[in-house]
Design a protein around this ligand. Structure first.
Ligand code: CTP
Length: 417
């Protein structure tokens, strides 16, 4: 995510007062970038480090970045009763990086510095982003403290995997500032999807030919991921059924559960098992229409004669059609139509035909090809109802279009009430 995307997200949320708590981990330097992103998004950011954090990053850096004085103790400004004022006024409290020590203090209501005292006063949403050594993160004491915070409604982002202090690497790394900013700003969004559960498929299926080869497609899963993130930020719980998505692209959001699958049959099984009780089922996945009838248990070999192997294909189930025809789940069903158009019809002509064939409540049509539709590029969409009537259209980044699709879904959910 770029700084521009963060700014766009912040702009929709309006200016807010954000308190950014910083603890004394090696990742404290990243909090300066995080503060920058939040300020660029138009928010007023007050930085409250611990004394240990100031061992890592200087007070001057934090005060110059935030244009606010930087204190660590409730005794730094006793007449201002700072912890009460800052905690009371905050629209969002972020603690990033949060050390194991501060996570423990937050879980147990210990208030022995300005940050932890402010956290006890704050009634706003709280985002805690732990970063620590792998053993400290996996220690049952830390895990229990994190669970206590989550049970209390605090958002705790899972740490990332990668390089830690010194030569060590593993789970415990602070997620990138852009990701933290995106989650944080999402928490300031209107929660119009609170109380709903979305099941979203994303990515492209792989149909095995043998243990090392498959029939696949070029889908990266970016649109489905954008939908999942936007829906979670607007308050929905999301089951993301991820078909062969690059791990680096998968979202890290406390309201998103990721279910990795490979083939179309595995995808169908996962969608069906998540469907019951869901509010919305969305099929963005690019599903292979056919799969090899038999996949070899060992690798196919050339026999030297120049003859190519015969691979017989059989049709895969149409998962969207199945979800749209068996309504026992009671959810709104949304499909996607990836179209190129040809000499027999335009992208929209094919989209309208597909809307009628699939029977989904909404069908989102987008143009795909060698250079459009797949990957990190802008996209143009048209939203159709099940009869092929145009309900809306838009053009922009995948994140912006995800917002447009969710607006249409939110309207449809409202009309079902
Ligand atoms: N889809 C599905 N199961 C399939 C094929 C597609 O659930 N076996 C879903 C996709 O996830 C998407 C919608 O159907 O939501 C349309 O997919 P698309 O690939 O555009 O169309 P197809 O049905 O595969 O038809 P065609 O390839 O002939 O255009």
């Amino acid at each position: 995510m770029t700084e521009t995307t963060v700014r766009a997200l912040g702009a929709t949320a309006g200016p807010s007062r954000i308190v950014l708590g910083v603890c004394g981990g090696i990742a404290a330097y990243k909090s300066a970038i995080l503060a920058r992103l939040l300020i660029s998004a138009g928010h007023d950011v007050r930085i409250v480090p611990t004394d240990s954090a100031l061992q890592m990053v200087g007070r001057t850096t934090f005060s110059a970045l935030s244009s606010h004085p930087v204190h660590t103790s409730v005794f730094d400004d006793p007449e201002g009763v700072e912890h009460v004022r800052i905690g009371d006024e905050a629209d969002l409290l972020i603690v990033a990086p949060a050390t194991a020590n501060t996570v423990a203090k937050l879980a147990h209501g210990i208030a022995d510095n300005l940050l932890t005292a402010t956290a006890l006063v704050a009634t706003c949403p709280i985002l805690v982003v732990p970063a620590m050594h792998t053993q400290m993160w996996l220690n049952p004491a830390t895990q229990a403290n994190v669970q206590t915070l989550r049970d209390r409604g605090v958002f705790v982002l899972d740490p990332a995997e990668g390089r830690l202090t010194g030569s060590d690497s593993g789970i415990g790394r602070l997620p990138e500032p852009e990701q933290i900013a995106q989650t944080a700003l999402g928490m300031l969004c209107e929660q119009d999807l609170a109380g709903t559960r979305f099941v979203i498929s994303a990515g492209g299926t792989r149909e095995p030919i043998d243990p090392v080869r498959f029939l696949g497609n070029r889908s990266t899963g970016r649109f489905g991921i954008a939908l999942a993130l936007n829906a979670a930020q607007r308050g929905a719980r999301v089951d993301l059924v991820a078909c062969n998505i690059d791990r680096a692209l998968l979202p890290n959001h406390p309201r998103i559960a990721v279910h990795p699958v490979g083939s179309a049959e595995q995808l169908q099984e996962a969608m069906n098992s998540c469907a019951s009780g869901a509010s919305v089922l969305i099929m963005t996945a690019a599903v292979a229409d056919f799969r090899p009838a038999h996949s070899g248990e060992s690798k196919f070999k050339k026999d030297g004669s120049g003859a190519a192997p015969d691979i017989t294909l059989v049709e895969n189930p149409d998962i969207l059609k199945g979800l749209a025809s068996d309504r026992s789940h009671g959810a709104l069903v949304v499909g996607f139509a990836a179209e190129t158009g040809d000499e027999h019809g335009s992208v929209l002509d094919y989209g309208k035909k597909k809307a009628k064939v699939k029977g989904a409540d909404l069908l989102i049509v987008n143009r795909v090809g060698e250079t459009v539709g797949f990957g990190d590029v802008d996209t143009a969409i048209t939203i159709l109802d099940r009869d092929g009537n145009v309900l809306g259209e838009g053009e922009g980044t995948k994140s912006q279009m995800a917002g447009t699709v969710l607006d249409a879904i939110s309207l449809s959910l409202g009309s079902l009430d």
